[in-house]
Design a protein around this ligand. Structure first.
Ligand SMILES: [Zn+2]
Length: 349
């Protein structure tokens, strides 16, 4: 008796390239979304892209409404939901580096409305996945929502974003290596559902980025192109798996724990990159290769470069397994001595 089934939710339109911001209206039009758009953005993204996107919708007579959010918080999500209800909008468009997109994604999930992602920085794979989270009084409020219906990534805008955001996106992709290793381990030890296709795609994406590491340079649209396409591939891998597993393992648990202990200290991608060096070491793999790839791109490889003190890194490693019920190489937790040994050996501290 065959009883397997799967449901793969993918973005319908993914538009990437030079000047594609002006194609946002067309990309949305094809989705047969109706009603007013609500543009969710933050101050700088609004200037670099949000206003142009709004103008495009206005030209079509769609009377867009814009909400500017200042920080990633649950209060901001609530404010967007209220604004959407009040203006009776038909769909949401997140325009930003990550914060605005996460907030728009969570609000649209709650509202049951369509959501379009317009990233202004290639800083993490949340710009194409359905997964998002914002801090909520000491914890994090997360959703595993549907992925955006469309992604419009203008390489001209992305290449202009602060370089550290792009290196964070690269590091988030490089972390696929250890995420997939953790996933396989969990499959073997815990019979966790595993997808060969999703794992292969996630690994290949990391590999292609590492192979191109030397040509990823600030200010180049070509670099933005390489990184954002890799982020899209990672998102597709998560869609195929219907899980964040292909792109999120112990290195992500470590990063989430740092977010709790030292909120706002470093970028998500940079934290998972350093986490990957350590967890690759724990897997007995080529941690030097991961470290060197991060260094070539200009992403942090040490606690100091993250701006986080050594003790905090050790604390995050020894407590990361408590974050969520996700089996990884961290198992039931690292002892402090083992964590110190791992970070010293890998040169993280
Ligand atoms: Zn990530």
């Amino acid at each position: 008796m065959f009883e397997k089934s799967t449901w793969i939710r993918l973005p319908r339109n993914v538009v990437v390239g030079h000047g594609v911001l002006s194609e946002t209206v067309d990309a949305v039009d094809e989705l047969h979304l109706h009603g007013r758009p609500l543009i969710v953005t933050s101050p700088t993204p609004r200037e670099v892209a949000g206003e142009r996107v709004a103008a495009g919708f206005a030209d079509e007579g769609l009377d867009p409404k814009t909400v500017v959010v200042d920080e990633a918080s649950f209060a901001a999500v609530t404010r967007v939901i209220d604004a959407a209800r009040e203006a009776e909008v038909g769909f949401l468009v997140g325009v930003g580096g990550g914060k605005a997109i996460d907030i728009a994604k969570m609000a649209s999930d709650e509202l049951g409305l369509g959501f379009v992602s317009v990233p202004t920085a290639a800083s993490h794979d949340g710009i194409v996945s359905g997964r998002g989270s914002v801090p909520d009084e000491g914890t994090r409020h997360s959703v595993a929502a549907e992925p955006p219906l469309a992604v419009v990534a203008d390489t001209e805008v992305l290449a202009d974003a602060p370089w550290r955001l792009t290196t964070a996106g690269c590091a988030d992709i490089i972390s696929n290596y250890t995420a997939v290793k953790d996933w396989r381990l969990a499959q073997r030890l815990q019979n966790v559902e595993y997808s060969e296709y999703a794992a292969a795609l996630a690994e290949m994406t990391a590999e292609m980025l590492v192979d191109n590491a030397g040509s990823i340079k600030p200010g180049l649209e070509e670099s933005a192109w390489v990184v954002v396409k890799a982020l899209v591939s990672s998102g597709v891998a998560m869609s195929i798996a219907d899980s964040s597993r292909p792109a999120s393992g112990a290195e992500h648990l470590f990063s989430h724990q740092l977010d709790r202990i030292a909120p706002g200290a470093a970028l998500h991608g940079h934290q998972v990159g350093v986490g990957s060096i350590v967890t690759e070491y724990l897997h007995g793999g080529d941690w030097r290769g991961i470290r060197d790839a991060l260094a070539t791109i200009g992403a942090p490889t040490t606690a100091e470069e993250l701006g986080i003190d050594d003790d905090t890194v050790v604390e995050a490693l020894t407590t990361a397994h408590e974050i969520r019920d996700r089996y990884t190489i961290l198992g039931n937790g690292m002892s402090e001595a083992a964590a110190v040994e791992a970070v010293e050996t890998t040169g993280v501290v």
